[in-house]
Ligand binder design. Sequence first.
Ligand SMILES: Nc1ncnc2c1ncn2[C@@H]1O[C@H](COP(=O)(O)OP(=O)(O)OP(=O)(O)O)[C@@H](O)[C@H]1O
Ligand SMILES: [Mg+2]
Length: 226
Amino acid sequence: MQIILDNVQKYYKVGKDKLHVLKNLNLEIESGEFLMIMGKSGSGKTTLLNILGFLDTLDEGRYYFDGNDVSGLKENMRSQYRANYVGYVFQQFNLIETLTVFQNIEIPLIYAGMKDKNQRRMLVEKRLEDVGLSDKANSFPNHLSGGQQQRIAIARALVNNPKLIFADEPTGALDSETGRDIMGLLSDLNKSGTTIIMVTHDLDMTKYASRVVTLKDGCFVKGDEI
Ligand SMILES: Nc1ncnc2c1ncn2[C@@H]1O[C@H](COP(=O)(O)OP(=O)(O)OP(=O)(O)O)[C@@H](O)[C@H]1O
Ligand SMILES: [Mg+2]
């Protein structure tokens, strides 16, 4: 797995104005990294993560994913990349309240087209075990604590063995002790080979990172980019 951004630009249209949100970004990310993207509110962190994670598109420049130019992919191809290569963890967990924990974790497997129910069950159970919540399979998300919900979200992100995990402020809605647990879990995942790209504005989190880049007004602070 390798990611290369070459002179990436992103604009948002706001009324008649064009807001230049990402400016001339160059970045290389190698397999096995735990990369943190820092920066103040509004500096472009989520926008960058969404582009890297195939949730949004860039306007100019090139994005190479494993050597393939994915800059101009249409939505149906981007959804295939999402289903097959990446997992997401969000600040607000984004679990579906009407589905059980088991069903939430199963969703990416259904999206990826896995028809065999027993195979899906085995994979979901394995991930529940990995995050230490096997006994919660039949619970509903709103009966769990924030930390437990984030563990479920991590199990969901991992269930189809993604090469890459994208995490946007994954500890932002948690108290600091629960946040440390979640960072421990992400750290263990990284040590066992999963590449992690995480957005944070918490300097304390950088001790878990193998590399930190900082955005300021849509640009990398000098010296950060490679
Ligand atoms: N859909 C949108 N339409 C217009 N402007 C947007 C949109 N999304 C983000 N922006 C603007 O783009 C800039 C970057 O936003 P972004 O969400 O990437 O920042 P961020 O670094 O993630 O901030 P935070 O730390 O608050 O989450 C901000 O000025 C924001 O107002
Ligand atoms: Mg953000």
